[in-house]
Design a protein around this ligand. Structure first.
Ligand code: NAD
Ligand code: ZN
Length: 254
């Protein structure tokens, strides 16, 4: 990992416009389980089935209980980890411009990134299926499942379920970010959920260097990405950011 950290830091320090694409893996060290991989929710049930819009519409109580309740406490108490903070620092240094995240946990904003595209929405807000009114999740009584609006309608979270399309605004902003960056950092995503996994392909086709940070190789590895920093996001991002700062400090002294 040492060698790849130095190499990646060199690429980042030399870049003009860095964009990050993040997935559930970046929040694992904040205590939120991913879908796939070791310790993932997949080991307990199939998220493709449970987190599908058809399952939610058919049996909202079941989906709320299984999936959303499992995540709820974690989402409310989770704090950004070294990987989120590293990306926020890269923005402060003027290198990172946009984070495209598949996560619904809000941890990038909490870490301090200001341009975050929430590709799959978020869990911070709920929307009534009947009257469309929106409420902040923390303001809603969640002891009753499924939670209900004043009108009696059932609330859904404002995240994108499997089987739903990506909101056009988020898709547009992501495509623009992917096609204008000169370096894309892909952190903690299995790169199998489309169309999010296509963003690194757009970046590569537009001439950017694509770098992955993940304990496991993904379908992008060696095809779309040129370097895989194989390890946990927290340690990798902490070391990469420190090295970038060292390179920039050296440059200033020249
Ligand atoms: P995924 O669950 O499919 O894959 C997780 C990836 O993270 C794997 O490739 C795994 O090797 C990697 N990983 C595990 N631990 C890691 C660590 N410490 N550091 C870096 N990488 C690590 O996740 P996905 O690709 O984001 O796709 C799943 C979908 O589920 C997404 O749409 C996402 O919105 C949603 N989801 C979100 C959250 C969240 O908001 N935190 C959590 C679970 C699932
Ligand atoms: Zn309502």
């Amino acid at each position: 990992m040492e060698d790849s950290i130095k190499k990646v830091a060199g690429y980042i320090a030399a870049a003009k416009h860095v964009v990050a694409l993040t997935g559930a893996g970046i929040s694992v060290e904040s205590g939120i389980p991913p879908f796939r991989g070791k310790g993932g929710l997949w080991e307990k049930f199939d998220p493709m089935e449970v987190a599908h819009i058809d399952s939610f519409m058919k049996n909202p109580e079941k989906v709320w209980r299984l999936l959303i309740s499992a995540m709820k406490d974690l989402l409310v108490s989770a704090k950004p980890n070294a990987a989120h903070l590293g990306l926020a620092r890269l923005e402060e240094l003027g290198l990172l411009k946009t984070v495209i995240t598949q996560n619904i946990d809000g941890l990038h904003q909490m870490a301090g990134n200001t341009d975050v595209v929430e590709f799959h929405g978020n869990f911070a807000w709920l929307r009534c299926l009947d009257c469309g009114s929106r409420e902040q999740t923390v303001e809603v009584e969640l002891s009753q499942m499924p939670p209900k609006c004043e009108c009696g309608g059932i609330f859904r979270p404002e995240c994108v379920f499997f089987g739903e399309t990506i909101p056009p605004k988020e898709l547009d902003r992501s495509q623009i970010a992917a096609s204008t960056c000169d370096l894309m950092l892909v952190v903690g995503t299995s790169a199998v959920v489309q169309p999010a996994a296509f963003m690194p392909v757009i970046a590569k086709q537009s001439g950017a260097t694509v770098i992955e940070i993940n304990p496991e190789p993904t379908p992008l590895t060696g095809t779309t990405s040129t370097i895989l920093v194989q390890g946990k996001a927290g340690k990798a991002m902490r070391e990469i950011t420190a090295e970038v700062e060292r390179i920039l400090a050296d440059k200033r002294q020249l």
